[in-house]
Design a protein around this ligand. Structure first.
Ligand code: ZN
Length: 343
């Protein structure tokens, strides 16, 4: 089959598009013909070697939708012909986290496209519990990016940050694959959205997709501008996707008693933390990881009711993957990009 994979870490030139053996289907595995596969900024970090868990060689990609073509003898919930999307992880299904519905925290979780072969391919075999059935009214492109984009945003904003209607919420990294979907969920909740971006060219796009205000950061500073937009009080909540030096600036953007949720660490850098800020303003910092199966089912229901737009900006073939990675690193993309490996 055709696939895009890496044999060693490095730049976009390390991505090889070529023939590889078809996946082996284990007892609990489900083999899926990939209809659409999302490209995530996370994949560029995997390719660079940022995550030590990555096994080489590996086919990248953790955002897959497709059609079941074969199931292992111990698979009970899926059958050939079912349409499915994958969660970013395959989990054990037996630990305290899996049994209590917090499966992204599973200690034996395998990240798809890092620890097991992922979706930049014509076919992918993953354990049964990595797959979620999709209803007929959700198309393949939308389904492929749903878990990582809208799912991550929904878990962070609704479950972890517990954002209410009319709260003022700052989103950093707002124009990217996660950021655009965080805005989508905040609009649905009815919050006031202050989007932070590094690019003046993205202001009108962000307003068009639902940001109430857009702040173009000045070399990483934006707290002052957020204060100005909130009568010097600060925001109720910051959803930080950038990490690194933005963490301190995000904390400064909060009002007293506010909360920050760290969704991403795009910069890959450590963060400076002044404990006095936490104490004097009584602010909290929370982490968020992925999306649960139950939330994914809620999202699919809500999508059917027209609650959300899923923002896909481009669709390409497998051969375009190295170029997409290049442009993503240069911040020359918005929202989510999808490939059709069979084309
Ligand atoms: Zn992703």
């Amino acid at each position: 089959m055709r696939a895009c994979y890496i044999e060693s870490f490095g730049g976009p030139e390390k991505l090889i598009c070529g023939e590889v053996p078809e996946p082996r289907v284990g007892e609990k595995d489900v083999l899926v013909q990939v209809m659409a596969s999302g490209i995530c900024y996370h994949d560029t970090l995997t390719r660079k070697g940022v995550f030590p868990r990555t096994k080489l060689p590996v086919i990248l990609g953790h955002q897959v939708s497709g059609k079941v073509v074969q199931v292992g003898p111990r698979v009970t919930s899926l059958r050939p012909g079912d349409r499915v999307l994958c969660l970013p992880f395959a989990t054990c299904g037996e630990c305290e986290y899996c049994l209590s519905g917090r499966e992204p925290l599973c200690e034996d979780a395998l990240f798809i496209g890092e620890e097991v072969d992922g979706g930049y391919a014509e076919w992918v075999a993953l354990p049964e519990n990595a797959w979620v059935k999709i209803p007929d009214n959700v198309d393949d492109d939308t389904a492929s990016v749903l878990a990582c984009s809208l799912g991550t945003a929904y878990h962070a904003a609704k479950t972890i940050a517990k954002i209410h209607k009319d709260e003022t919420v700052v989103v950093t990294g707002a124009s990217g694959g996660i950021g655009t979907h965080v805005i989508e969920v905040l609009r649905w909740i009815g919050a006031r959205v202050i989007a932070v971006t590094g690019s003046a060219a993205k202001v009108s796009y962000l307003k068009q997709i639902g940001a109430d205000e857009v702040v173009v950061h000045d070399n990483g500073s934006y707290a002052k501008k957020v204060k100005m937009l909130t009568q010097e009080k600060g925001a109720d909540c910051v959803l930080d996707i950038v990490g690194g030096s933005f963490i301190h600036e995000s904390l400064k953007s909060l009002k007293r008693g506010g909360r920050m949720v760290v969704i991403g660490n795009v910069s890959g850098q450590p963060a400076e933390l002044k404990p006095a800020v936490l104490i004097l303003k009584e602010v909290s910092i929370l982490g968020t990881k992925g999306v649960t199966r139950r939330e994914m089912e809620e999202i699919l229901d809500l999508l059917g009711q027209g609650a959300f737009h899923v923002r896909i900006s481009e669709v390409h073939g497998l051969e375009q993957v190295p170029d997409i990675h290049r442009r993503m690193q240069e911040r020359d993309t918005t929202a989510r990009i999808v490939i059709h490996p069979y084309e």
